[in-house]
Design a protein around this ligand. Structure first.
Ligand code: HEC
Ligand code: HEC
Length: 365
């Protein structure tokens, strides 16, 4: 196993020192420098199912490496014992550049963020921080690991720092777009994707999904109203019975009438309490978007075609809709071009990151 691990593990530390083409230098907090051992410890924690209350659910089960560090089969993930989770799992590629975390931006550091899934009743459901720490202390395979990295035993800070370092190292770029745009390789993108790029600029996509002159993060780090939250609250959930979930990925529309509780999602408002922030959601970065379906904060759009058609219709018109979103009048070939541009944003090291993930010994060794 040790030999296999060495063969599979990627040099993530090298990636963080020199990020792939198209990404800026990686911001690393001064009090949490990255090291190989810290990444390895974070990776081990990320895949460890013992870290949930009943020992079944790891971070990686909602952020599946083979599925773009998100989940393809479901719009929103299933938490502990089948619990409902109201939002789509974000893909974790390049998460180290995000200035706010979660669709509503309620956290701003990876170090702190980890405690939300660990403690939330419907996710990993641990009753307390102490409970998580004693689970780790009780697992013999962690003996000495925290001491070696942090010069002290298992502690809250170390769990956050190790998990943050692993996630920060999940860098992926050097896509066909990057080679075409930043390295001047004229052959790197198809003609259709090049036309799609022109549309991406002329149709104002780029005003929120930003492309810089030296690098591109495809997000402005801001929150916007694209109408999805509004639609769900004011139209989809009004009086009508929606789909009922029978099992992950299996939904039916009942033919009899009965009341189902609707889950409210007020977006950015949930992080700030400001009325104007209702139904605003964080702008996702679009790198690797072709391999991170389904889309939007609720996973309501199944593929890229559906996303581009959504924008082509002018999103969901209502009073607070961002003024940049209007019907685009794209023809069928232009929709295809824009989709092909989005497909050209897939990084060159996706398989390497998947293999690296598999270098971990998962749970109960
Ligand atoms: C039950 C499924 C589930 C589990 C388990 C889970 N996550 Fe998540 N994760 C989500 C969902 C859903 C969101 C978005 C929640 C929101 O926006 O309110 C999320 C958001 C995040 C984000 C923010 C990403 C961004 O771009 O804003 C990070 C980072 C993250 N999770 C890491 C982790 C780590 C680390 C663990 C394990 C300690 C973990 N997750 C466990 C489902 C899960
Ligand atoms: C006003 C800012 C804004 C503009 C303009 C904009 N977007 Fe978005 N985009 C967003 C936000 C915010 C979301 C997330 C919405 C949500 O989670 O409900 C999003 C989501 C997406 C997603 C889904 C990503 C994912 O991981 O779920 C894609 C793809 C996308 N946009 C592409 C485009 C394209 C193509 C255009 C131009 C036609 C465009 N966007 C214009 C703000 C914008």
């Amino acid at each position: 196993m040790a030999l296999l691990s060495t063969l599979l593990a990627a040099n993530l530390l090298a990636l963080t020192a020199v990020p792939p083409l198209g990404l800026p230098p990686l911001p690393v907090p001064a009090d949490n420098p990255i090291s190989e051992e810290k990444i390895a410890l974070g990776r081990k924690l990320f895949f460890d199912r013992r870290l949930s209350f009943n020992g079944t659910l790891s971070c990686a089960m909602c952020h599946i490496p083979e599925q773009g560090f998100t989940q393809h089969e479901v719009k929103t993930p299933v938490g502990i014992e089948g619990s409902f989770v109201k939002r789509n799992s974000p893909a974790l590629y390049n998460v180290g550049y995000r200035t706010t975390l979660f669709h509503d931006g309620r956290e701003d550091t990876l170090e702190n963020q980890v405690w939300q899934p660990l403690l939330r009743e419907n996710e990993m459901a641990n009753p307390s921080i102490g409970f998580v720490l004693s689970t780790i202390r009780g697992a013999a395979d962690y003996d000495g690991l925290f001491e070696a990295v942090f010069e002290r035993g298992v502690a809250m800070e170390g769990v956050g720092k190790a998990l943050a370092s692993y996630q920060r190292s999940l860098l992926s770029a050097d896509s066909p777009f990057d080679r075409w745009y930043f390295a001047g390789d004229k052959q790197a993108m198809s003609e259709s994707a090049v036309r799609g790029f022109a549309l991406f600029k002329s149709k104002a996509c780029v005003s929120c999904h930003i492309i810089g002159t030296q690098y591109a993060l495809f997000s402005d780090g801001e929150f916007h109203d694209t109408g999805i939250g509004y639609f769900k609250a004011m139209i989809a959930d009004k009086g009508e019975v929606g789909n009922i979930r029978l099992a992950p990925g299996v939904e039916v529309r009942p033919t009899i009438q009965f009341q189902v509780p609707s889950v409210s999602d007020l977006g950015r408002y949930e992080a700030t309490g400001r009325a104007n922030d209702r139904w605003l959601y964080s702008t996702p970065a679009l790198r690797n978007v072709a391999i991170t379906a389904p889309y939007m904060h609720d996973g309501s759009l199944p593929n890229l075609q559906a996303v581009v058609e959504f924008y082509n219709r002018g999103a969901i018109p209502h009073a607070e809709l961002d003024s940049r979103l209007k019907p685009l009048g794209l023809k069928r070939e232009q929709i295809e071009d824009l989709v092909n541009f989005l497909r050209a944003l897939t990084g060159s090291n996706i398989e390497q990151l998947q293999r690296d993930a598999r270098s971990t010994n998962i749970g109960n060794p």
